[in-house]
Design a binder for this molecule. Structure first.
Ligand code: CTP
Length: 402
């Protein structure tokens, strides 16, 4: 079925025929010239219809992986997904994944199909997919093929599972989180039966490897429309992260991902935050960042010297983030006006900011550990505004100190 009814496109940005990216067109032509079918399918088509460009391209074909390997032998190939029917082809600096039409059987571990059955038609292939809006395909001529009424759901701006929602989630529990993620990324609602099935099947999420949960949740947390999501699916989302909803209404005000996680984990101390984010397999640097933000966010001060020690110890970026956090949550914390003034002054807050260094002290006949001691004493005096940070004042102070 090829859709030519233009009324379908009222609220969809693009009209057919859809533009086929050159790299995909080359591969589709190679396949079709040998008598195979080839379609672009999935997220790329969904996004194209919504006027969003540039995502990864996935294709579906009736060629087997062996036939693809033979046909694309002049291109760099990735065979990691070969058993599941997928070959990656690198063309014009991008990887395109091409998968043989398939219909999975049921999954005993809710993640990977127990058996992959390769089948004859695109129509059968689309019914194994997760959501109607992800089952749209376009052919080489730019015609849209829509067997699951995905176009209608794009218009309705809703996420709807294909067929029986519970079956889709049994096949792959990650789809429960994908539904949430797409809804916040696209600003779509989740169709009632799909939503009920997600809640009913939510415990299946526990069977997923933590890395997969974390990648999906990380995309979700960086999107918009989060407040209703956390209110509508609290138990489900608690399986992913032990969040506290107290400040959820503020989360979207933060563009920094670290502040978004802090907003969710504000009820924990720095150590617990570290454990939670480490459990979610976040990089060490990110775990450290959020736990330092937590420590800083609990500091209250109007004292200029203390503020300088914060700038020296935590760095300007973290301090600015915490000012934003405390202001947004209405917390009593680091005096924002005084701190902003201080930052504008670009004060000396660390040894590297001092207008004198170890070499200068060597020339003044100081040696070894004494140099470090003197430099630290000078830094303290400068930070307390007791001496100026210029070479003459510092040299004079050195003679007084030694
Ligand atoms: N798919 C599926 N079930 C999954 C994952 C993927 O049915 N658990 C199907 C969908 O048709 C999806 C396509 O495979 O559109 C490609 O999946 P993927 O690249 O992971 O996601 P996209 O839908 O392309 O979206 P995004 O790139 O934004 O993650």
């Amino acid at each position: 079925m090829t859709i030519n009814d233009v009324s379908c496109y009222n609220e969809i940005s693009m009209m057919p025929p859809y533009p086929i990216p050159k790299a995909a067109a080359i591969l589709m032509t190679l396949l079709e010239d040998k008598g195979f079918e080839a379609y672009i399918i999935g997220g790329f088509v969904r996004d194209l219809l919504l006027g969003r460009f540039g995502g990864d391209i996935d294709m579906a074909t009736n060629a087997s992986t062996q036939q693809m390997i033979e046909l694309f032998k002049d291109y760099p190939l990735s065979k990691i997904g070969e058993k599941l029917g997928t070959i990656g082809v690198k063309i014009m600096d991008q990887w395109i994944e091409i998968t043989t039409y398939r219909s999975e059987g049921t999954s005993s571990n809710y993640r990977h199909p127990d058996e992959v059955r390769f089948i004859g038609s695109l129509k059968d292939d689309v019914f194994r997919r997760d959501f109607t809006i992800n089952a749209l395909a376009i052919n080489i001529y730019g015609d849209l093929i829509d067997y699951t009424d995905g176009c209608i759901d794009l218009k309705k701006r809703q996420i709807k599972a294909i067929g029986h929602p519970e079956d889709r989630f049994q096949e792959d529990a990650l789809r429960i989180l994908r539904a949430l993620r797409f809804s916040v990324q696209l600003g779509f609602t989740i169709e009632d039966k799909t939503s009920l099935a997600m809640i009913k099947s939510q415990d299946l999420i526990k069977t997923l490897p933590i890395e997969r949960i974390s990648v999906e949740f990380d995309k979700l947390i960086q999107s918009q429309h989060l407040e209703p999501l956390f209110k509508n699916y609290p138990e489900l989302l608690k399986i992913c992260i032990d969040f506290d909803p107290t400040h959820i209404q503020h989360i979207e005000q933060f563009s920094d991902k670290g502040l978004r996680y802090l907003c969710l984990l504000n009820h924990m101390n720095a150590e617990k935050i570290q454990n939670q984010l480490t459990h979610l397999k976040h990089p060490k640097s990110f775990v450290l960042k959020v736990s330092l933000l937590k420590i800083l966010s609990e500091i209250k001060t109007q004292d200029r010297y203390t503020m300088k020690t914060l700038l020296g110890g935590y760095g300007k970026e973290l301090v600015l983030l915490v000012l934003e956090y405390q202001k947004t949550l209405g917390m009593d914390g680091i005096d924002p006006l005084l701190m902003t003034e201080l930052i504008k002054e670009d004060p000396c807050v660390s040894l590297k900011d001092l207008a004198i260094n170890g070499d200068d002290l060597l020339k003044m006949d100081h040696q070894g550990k004494t140099i470090k001691v003197i430099l630290n004493q000078l830094l303290e005096l400068v930070m307390k505004d007791e001496i100026k940070n210029d070479k003459a004042s510092l040299s004079q102070a050195v003679s007084r100190l030694s």
